[in-house]
Design a protein around this ligand. Structure first.
Ligand code: AMP
Ligand code: MG
Length: 268
């Protein structure tokens, strides 16, 4: 999945990732991808069991995307085979009064996953350099310092045992139009339509610039960004699954040695 990883150094351009790309699985298509997804789910479930049993590492998956980008669908499809007891999904919306009375990382740190668990952030501290920047919710002097805070914060989490992987689901403006339209047309999707999504759609270019800067400023070897093409949901699901499998496999996980001498135990 290296093709989607953003190397540190700050020279990444979003324009180099085609949202319709399906080159990681060129032999598959929507109808044939499900078998592959199923086998990845099994693999992920095994790895999660091992992560839990090993109990030394936490894994944090940061998911970011424009509205309709597929964050919820990705979580549903990728993690549906994994034991729910080992997963913590956390969404970050508009900060509450209490949250706003603290620094912007306070609420985020509180939700960081425990050892043995996979934490999934559906939106994250990156909103504080995305929506906040695009809408001038705090002055530039403040949000500009946040890239450094975020690098240091993520470095601290990494040093203390959390493996971080950050994923931007990259959809096209056209695809967003279709997905928003579907939310208007399909009664079962009406509830998902939020008129404020149109405001962010109107600021698409500003958002893309903010994403590009955030990714360039904070993609590190320890906490890399992956920009995943996301117009094709089946391909997106496979890519995200594979990234997570690779990440978990890179950890040195093992089942713990039994604490007792089991050979002498007889169950009567
Ligand atoms: P949703 O993910 O559809 O539930 O929407 C959550 C909303 O909260 C999005 O419009 C985000 O941009 C917004 N949001 C998340 N974090 C922040 C933040 N730190 N400041 C302002 N808005 C935020
Ligand atoms: Mg929304």
């Amino acid at each position: 999945m290296e093709r989607y990883r953003v190397e540190p150094g700050g020279r990444f351009s979003l324009a180099t990732v085609d949202p319709r790309d399906r080159s990681a699985f060129p032999d598959l298509k929507k109808s044939t991808s499900i078998t592959e997804l199923r086998s990845m789910r099994r693999h992920l479930a095994e790895l999660q069991r091992l992560l839990w049993a090993d109990a030394h590492h936490a894994v944090l998956v940061v998911l970011q995307a424009m509205d309709t980008g597929g964050k919820d669908g990705t979580i549903r499809k990728v993690f549906s085979g994994v034991n729910p007891q080992g997963i913590d999904v956390r969404g970050f919306g508009v900060p509450s009064d209490l949250e706003r009375d603290h620094d912007y990382l306070w609420r985020v740190h509180l939700q960081a996953p425990r050892r043995g668990r996979i934490g999934i952030f559906n939106r994250s501290h990156y909103e504080d350099v995305l929506v906040v920047r695009v809408n001038d919710l705090v002055p530039r002097e403040r949000w500009q310092k946040r890239y450094r805070h975020i690098r240091d914060f993520e470095q601290m989490l990494t040093d203390e045992g959390t493996t971080i992987v950050k994923i931007m689901l990259h959809i096209s403006l056209d695809e967003q139009k279709e997905r928003l339209q579907a939310r208007l047309d399909d009664p079962s999707k009406n509830y998902k339509f939020n008129p404020s999504d149109l405001d962010s759609r109107a600021k698409w270019d500003d958002y893309m610039a903010a994403y590009e800067d955030a990714i360039n400023e904070t993609s590190t070897d320890q906490a890399p960004w992956y920009v995943v093409p996301a117009d094709r949901k089946w391909h997106r699901n496979l890519v995200v699954s594979q990234i997570l499998i690779d990440t978990l496999e890179s950890l040195d996980l093992s089942y713990p040695e039994p604490e007792h001498d089991l050979s002498s135990i007889e169950i009567v």
